[in-house]
Design a protein around this ligand. Structure first.
Ligand SMILES: Cc1cc2nc3c(=O)[nH]c(=O)nc-3n(C[C@H](O)[C@H](O)[C@H](O)COP(=O)(O)OP(=O)(O)OC[C@H]3O[C@@H](n4cnc5c(N)ncnc54)[C@H](O)[C@@H]3O)c2cc1C
Length: 381
């Protein structure tokens, strides 16, 4: 790193640390620490989002004209890494990271006007309705039926594993508007208000007893045609554009750093003199620092972030995350056993361990990401 970058980073980080010291209350930090899945307790995450919004920092990758922070990619990552070090709550960020940038690029003026300010302000929360019982890795197999009826689509079927559908008031979804020889054709991308009659959200409770994911049922739910993004039957292209934005705004290391903070607290309480545990923690800490550096290197090159880059970061981060949660559980030993959904260090280590098993499945399984990287290495992409 040259001297100039070092000075610029120092000035930027001083401003960020000053903000965190003033705005991150002990309650918000505790909510960050207690996070066992992909976003923190809803109300704490919203309170943190509103503070970021007031400071103009809630949507780092959006263009400034739409309410973005005006940061470089490097500054965004430095900010995210610092928030993780301080155990800031993790935002429920589907709106900010994915659908917001998509609407800026491909939404209608009415959609932008209606949704963007509400996403920034934390008034609207978006869940992602892609997966179905028979369509996960093989997403093009999706079958949720959308029949055109005048100025609306009538939806029947269900989506599954929908993170935060019980907290969200909006969903972006892929639905089947036509059966065509090529399965990627005939899919349409819709914006759905969750209070539309005919939509029911049923919880799926995780092994750890947490409620993060859901199955969402559609029974003759009418969605206005004006809620479509892109053309009818061309939703696959819209989804690919959305994934491009998700790739360049995602941060994979933050969850891992937060997990290490928790493991560190567990070590201080349960195994302060255990040399083996301390050595393993030191090793994991080096790997996390390496992951953060790699993230900065790969995501700040200026060019488009490729699928291979994000597959590499996703697999590295999630497998490291699982190893950190394993160390946390080994450290607390039997104190992790009660499983009373308590918030003590022991129970938290157990819940983190159990929920982290899903990390290599969500956002595409690590096996499918490895296929993609392998294909690229062999020149098949
Ligand atoms: C906690 C959690 C949150 C989620 N949140 C959301 C969400 O908000 N919205 C949403 O739409 N979806 C969500 N998902 C769904 C997630 O995207 C899917 O679970 C994932 O894509 C895998 O699909 P599947 O579950 O159908 O498994 P399958 O695709 O049936 O895979 C089963 C097994 O087969 C392997 N496999 C499949 N195909 C291949 C292949 N070609 N090569 C090698 N191995 C293969 C997989 O790696 C896996 O081990 C979430 C899942 C979880 C666990």
């Amino acid at each position: 790193m040259d001297a100039r970058t070092q000075i610029e980073d120092g000035v930027f980080l001083a401003e960020v640390r000053d903000f965190l010291a003033r705005e991150l209350t002990p309650e918000l930090q505790e909510a960050g620490r207690q996070t066992t899945h992909t976003y923190s307790e809803f109300h704490a995450a919203r309170a943190w989002q509103r503070k970021l919004h007031r400071r103009g920092w809630v949507a780092p990758v959006w263009p400034v004209a739409h309410g973005g922070a005006g940061w470089t990619a490097r500054q965004r990552l430095l900010f995210e890494h610092e928030c993780a070090r301080w155990d800031a709550p993790i935002l429920f960020a589907g709106g900010i990271r994915t659908i917001g940038p998509l609407l800026i690029a491909a939404g209608s003026p009415a959609q932008r006007e209606r949704y963007l300010p509400r996403i920034l302000a934390g008034d609207d929360y978006w869940c992602q309705g892609f997966s179905e019982t028979q369509a996960g890795s093989d997403l093009a197999a999706l079958q949720l039926a959308a029949r055109r009826d005048g100025d609306a689509y009538v939806l029947n079927g269900s989506k599954i594993w929908t993170t935060g559908a019980h907290d969200a008031n909006r969903m972006f979804a892929l639905v089947r508007t036509a059966q065509k020889p090529k399965r990627q054709d005939g899919i349409t991308f819709l914006l759905i208000d969750m209070d539309t009659p005919g939509i029911t959200v049923k919880p799926i409770i995780s092994l750890a007893g947490d409620h993060e994911v859901n199955q969402v049922f559609f029974d003759d739910a009418r969605i206005p045609v004006t809620q479509r993004v892109g053309d009818e039957d061309e939703g696959w292209a819209t989804a690919k554009l959305l994934m491009r934005f998700a790739r360049s705004s995602n941060t994979t290391s933050g969850l891992v750093r937060r997990a290490l903070n928790n493991a560190q607290r567990a070590i201080a309480k349960f195994a302060p003199g255990d040399e083996d545990i301390r050595m393993r923690k030191a090793q994991l800490e080096c790997e996390i620092t390496g992951l953060e550096a790699l993230e900065i290197r790969l995501l700040t090159g200026g060019g488009e972030v490729t699928e291979v880059t994000s597959s590499l970061l996703k697999t590295l981060a999630t497998e490291l995350h699982q190893r950190v949660s394993e160390l946390g559980l080994e450290t607390v030993g039997l104190a992790g056993q009660p499983m009373t959904h308590g918030s003590g260090t022991g129970e938290l280590a157990m819940r983190k361990y159990l929920n982290t098993r899903a990390a290599t499945i969500y956002s595409g399984t690590n096996e499918t990401h490895r296929n993609l990287m392998g294909g690229a290495l062999l020149g098949r992409l």
